[in-house]
Design a protein around this ligand. Sequence first.
Ligand code: HEC
Length: 177
Amino acid sequence: MNRFFKLLILLLISYSINHVTASDFDETLITIETRKTAMQGIWERVKRLSPYVELKEKVDYNKDLAANDAQEIVKLLEKTKYLWSEKSNLSSKGFTNATPAVWALPDYFNKLYSKAEQSALNLNNAITNDNIDDTVIAMCGLGKACGTCHANFRRLLTSQLANEVSGWSGKYVENCK
Ligand code: HEC
């Protein structure tokens, strides 16, 4: 009987430990998915904004929508900012494309993050004020921040290369200085 109780207690303990670990892990996976989805959302908006910034205006896209997209980028960057817990350093297991450098060089990572945020704010202001030159400068700054951060902190999959060339590499408008 004594042995039976011991076993029962051990089982209970091991179950509760496993349980906690599992849900913790689930949370981490959700964090990773959330930041990826937010980044995708940013990218969607950058894609819509690029032709507008280059004055290749489309009839169904106007100043209000552009300002709104810039505002959304600010919000999404704000949201993604807090989704880099140490626990989510899981690129070796293939759960994330964020490289361990994110956690090894947090200052540089945060610096690029701030640059992206500032550029997105500038972009929003420039669009609102119809300042074409500043709009281009802000878009270039934003592209540079995205591109530099990805080059340093995101693992690039071969399957994403084609997308990368036109996409997240950071060259969103021509004539950036
Ligand atoms: C300071 C760093 C940093 C900045 C700034 C940044 N990103 Fe990212 N981005 C990352 C990292 C790291 C990942 C990989 C995330 C992961 O796999 O968990 C990523 C992933 C992505 C992805 C792929 C998401 C997926 O589904 O796997 C896209 C798209 C993306 N970023 C777009 C952008 C765009 C567009 C900008 C600029 C407007 C931007 N990012 C700014 C670091 C950054």
